[in-house]
Design a protein around this ligand. Structure first.
Ligand SMILES: NC(=O)c1ccc[n+]([C@@H]2O[C@H](COP(=O)([O-])OP(=O)(O)OC[C@H]3O[C@@H](n4cnc5c(N)ncnc54)[C@H](OP(=O)(O)O)[C@@H]3O)[C@@H](O)[C@H]2O)c1
Length: 335
């Protein structure tokens, strides 16, 4: 369904955007991928890397310098675009706490510009990336992404008879991503350390790779009817098991949970359960208010029991120390 389409990726030079572009160029024959972001150096580097890897396909990549906060510029970039993947965001929790206006401008006002640009330019599919931190948010980053999610759901109401839908993909920290626990533990090992600070011995996380995130976005582009939040079924691991997998026999010290940190990553809340359907490899949370007959469940999923929730703490699929070690090697991270 991506063949012959023009796709615009906001934040296309980021970790997700690069992985998405790589995956799409490898597996589909798109017309164009437009990378929309601010920093010319990141665009230049990406262009060079992709020119080396895909000399025959580089003409399909276009680089557009622009800020999602700039409505006119974004509207210009949307001309002729079929699909938008909205990945641009400020996403470091402390940076958002210290610079709330900046977080609001990019994550909320930027989202509004993406929606309006898409509606005005006749884009047919928009998928916005969200995070577990938008679920019952406890920090401003999560708060801004919560509002952004609401905006994308509500945008379906503005579509009228137009052939456009807006949906969301939600996942947690990508294994090995910058600022996450794996590079942190690795930096301790590299300095010769043998003791890991653990904020809470009970802490758990989901394990998702960038490729799984990309595949979920492509699923949403293909299957969304408007307003859904797509969530992958993925395994959980204990942080203490991760430490053991990265450095067998290491010692650990409990240092206390940090402000804004959660014990478990929550993807589906009990409140969501009334509108959540289970599929073979994913869940979909539908909006509480279904805005039109062409949106909402299509009868293919199974409604979850009322009171169900899906978090890294109550998952049924767990990774052992050996599983984690194998994944670290497979993904070439953390060792
Ligand atoms: N990484 C994770 O573990 C994770 C987990 C869950 C959800 N997510 C979500 O996934 C999305 C992508 O994350 P990522 O890891 O790829 O982030 P990233 O590596 O930090 O990349 C962010 C991208 O957004 C661009 N950007 C930032 N502000 C912008 C603005 N105002 N206008 C236009 N472009 C802007 C950046 O380029 P310039 O600086 O050049 O503009 C960069 O291309 C985000 O929405 C994030 O919330 C990420």
């Amino acid at each position: 369904m991506l063949n012959d389409k023009t796709i615009l990726v906001t934040g296309g030079t980021g970790s997700f955007g690069r992985a998405f572009t790589d995956h799409v160029l490898t597996n589909y024959d798109v017309k164009k991928i437009i990378i929309y972001s601010r920093d010319e150096f990141k665009q230049w580097t990406m262009e060079n890397d992709f020119r080396a890897k895909y000399p025959d396909k580089i003409k399909k990549l276009r680089f557009f310098i622009g800020d999602v906060r700039d409505r006119d510029r974004f509207r210009r970039a949307c001309q002729g675009v079929d699909y938008i993947v909205h990945a641009a965001a400020l996403k470091q929790v402390p940076a958002c706490e210290y610079n709330p206006n900046e977080a609001i401008n990019t994550n909320i006002n930027g989202a509004m510009n993406v929606i309006e640009g898409a509606l005005d330019a006749g884009v047919t599919r928009v998928v916005a990336l969200s995070t577990d931190k938008a679920v019952n948010p406890v920090n401003l980053y999560g708060g801004t992404k919560f509002v952004s999610d609401k905006l994308f759901v509500a945008a379906n109401a503005y579509a009228g008879e137009k052939d456009v839908n807006f949906s969301i993909v939600r996942y947690g920290n990508v294994a090995g991503s910058r600022g996450s626990i794996i590079p942190f533990f690795r930096s301790i090992i590299e300095k010769g350390g043998t003791e890991f600070p653990i904020t809470d011995y009970r802490m758990t996380r989901f394990w998702i790779s960038l490729t799984q995130g990309v595949e979920l976005v492509i699923k949403a582009l293909a299957e969304a009817r408007g307003g859904e939040t797509f969530i992958s079924k993925i395994p959980s691991f204990k942080i203490t098991d991760l430490a053991e997998a990265m450095l067998p026999g290491c010692t650990m010290k409990e240092v206390g949970i940090r402000p804004g940190e959660k014990l478990h990553e929550v993807m589906v809340t009990v409140e969501d359960s009334y509108n959540t359907y289970e599929f073979e490899n994913h869940y979909i949370v539908y909006p509480q208010i279904i805005l039109s007959a062409r949106r909402g469940p299509d009868g293919t999923g199974k409604k979850v029991e009322p009171g169900f929730s899906y978090s890294s703490g109550n998952n049924t699929e767990w990774m052992s120390v050996e599983d984690i070690r194998a994944r670290l090697h497979e993904a070439d991270i953390g060792h």
